[in-house]
Every structure is written in C-alpha cells, then in structure tokens.
Design a protein around this ligand. Sequence first.
Ligand code: NAP
Length: 324
Amino acid sequence: MKPTIFVTRRLPQPPLDRLAEVFDVSINPDNRVLLKQEVMDGVQGKDALLCLLTDAIDAEVMDAEPNLRVLSNYAVGYNNIDVQAATERKLPVTNTPGVLTDTSADLAFALILASARRIAEGDAFTRAGKFDGWGPLMMLGYDVYGKTLGILGMGRIGTAVAKRAQGFDMRVLYTNRSARPEAEQKYNAQKVDLETLLRESDYLSIHVPMSKETRHMIGAEQLAAMKPTAFLINTARGPIVDEAALVEALRSGSIAGAGLDVYEEEPKLAPGLAECENAVLIPHLGSATIETRTKMAQLAVENAIAVIEGRRPAHLVNPEVLDS
Ligand code: NAP
C-alpha cells in the first residue's frame, strides 16, 4: 500500500505525476483556496500534506490527523505554518527556497521600473484612447539608473535584486540582521541601519521574511522618514508594511509611489489603495512563471517523498525534529 498525501490545490502536472509514483494522491479538485475545515477534512487518514502559502496550517489542522508525517509547503516563505506547533509534534516542515530567487528578483525589479516610469498608468491611458500625441510634460516619472536602491533583507532574493541593480549603475544600500560580505564585494553593497536606509533610498525594496519581528516594520514613522521622491517596493509579504499608513503616505505625497505584489489582508486591499494612481498593484505574482512554478512543485514533491522514504529533505525549516 502506498502512503497517502493531500494536495490543497492543483500544481503543474509533471511533478504531480512524480508524486503519484510514490503516493496515493488526493487533490483539491476546485481552483480555489480551501477553508480551514476543508483542509482538516482533507488530511484525515493521510500521511502527508502538500500545502500553499494561502493555507493557514495551525495546531488544530495538525491535530486533525495525528499520524501526519510531513508538511511540505509550496513556497519559500512559511509564515502560513505554525512551525513551533509542528516542531512540538515532531512534524517536519519543508519549503522551496532557491528555485524562485531570480524569478522573484526579476519581478521586484519590474515593479521598480513600472512604478518609476508609470508603466501601468501609461498602459491604461493609452488603451482608454487618451493619448493624443507626445508631450514634453506628459506623464513624467523618475529615473532609475544611477539612483540609490535600498534593500531590506539581503538574503537570496535581496542579493539577486542587488545584482540586477548593477546593470542600472545604482548605489546599493542594505539592512539585514547579519552582514553579507559577498554582496558587499560583488555588488558594492553597503550595510546601513534601517534609519539610514529609509533616509537615503530612492527605491526601497523589501525582502525580509514575515515574522513577529518584521510585522509592520514599515509603518507611518518609517514612511515619513523616506524621501518624498522615493518609491516603496514590496514583493515579500503584505503585513511587513502597515498598509493603511502606506495609503496615507501615497495620498499625501510623503512618498512618490509604490509597487506592490503582496497585501496585508490578501486578497483584500486596504481602503483607498486601489484609488492611488501612484501605486502599481499586481496580484502576488513573484514566482509566477511556468518554469519556476514547475521547479517549486518538483521541490515540494521531492521534499515530501524524502521524508516519507526516511531520507532528509533538501529543505527543512525545523531541522531539530530530525536531529533530536
Ligand atoms: P532569505 O534568503 O531567507 O532572506 C531573508 C533575509 O532577511 C535574510 O538575509 C535575513 O537575514 C533577513 N532578515 C530576516 N529577519 C530580519 C529582520 N528582522 N531584520 C533584518 N533582516 C532580517 O529569503 P528569500 O529566499 O530571499 O525570500 C525572502 C522572502 O520573500 C520570503 O520569506 C517570502 O516571504 C518572500 N517571497 C515572496 C514571493 C512572492 O511571490 N511575492 C516569492 C518568493 C519569496 P539573516 O540571514 O541575517 O537572518
């Protein structure tokens, strides 16, 4: 008899075929996020769960099936899982880092360019038939090349954004818990405190994970410390930014604009955000390419298979459960 796995949403097919070689697979047939109760029903009698960042996996879900042996998350971020509760239950949690780094960095850079050069606004303007000829003062934006890029969280993705900034002759500043000598050497990046990062950045791009420490790390006070010509780019997680305070900063012009891929109460937007023309808003597309979503699925599948076959998975969030 094969072990059993519940997959909370359909993924690219080739990795699912691989999963079926090892597991008896049950998949949510609907193209929607499941309710918590539906996830709890889905895991019953299963050995493994393959879940997404849109599934909140707390102690109650874990206890719905005490024989669960692995939680394989289809994302690098794992703030949707109560990792402490999983560790207390000796339940390995895995994630999919690395394979989405460049794709996510490309998207962060796309938002820098789109917000500075008013790409989305210009597209809507042209489609609406409002373009009646070139104008010397029409839809002026801000330069990107030669400006200062501030990176909050110089991990895999932050470093990949710094790499891209080299092609735009940007000065790179960063704030991170630990120093990153390699990024300093390779990309001429300079480590500064958050206050300096806010004060000096023309583009501030967020790449820290969501945690108790990073929740509302950028609020009214931090936005007020930014230049009125600066842009805030968030492709990490919504709750890192106080979205109501951001709407206020965008409305009052205390910053020039924003490029957002993630939202505090996704998929809802804070009141007033959709009306801010100086914000480019996209629906959580950081890793959304065919190639990358397939690689993420392969990794999530192999992580689940490794645990079930008694091997160490490539990416384990709570190694203490296998080390103890
Ligand atoms: P990573 O390699 O772990 O990098 C995170 C960095 O943030 C690390 O360098 C870490 O520094 C730093 N950091 C953590 N907490 C901090 C704090 N309180 N203050 C300052 N620095 C802090 O992760 P990654 O692969 O780059 O991914 C980053 C995040 O991007 C993920 O957690 C995920 O939420 C998000 N993401 C979003 C999308 C999307 O679809 N929009 C796609 C991929 C990823 P230390 O190493 O010194 O702790």
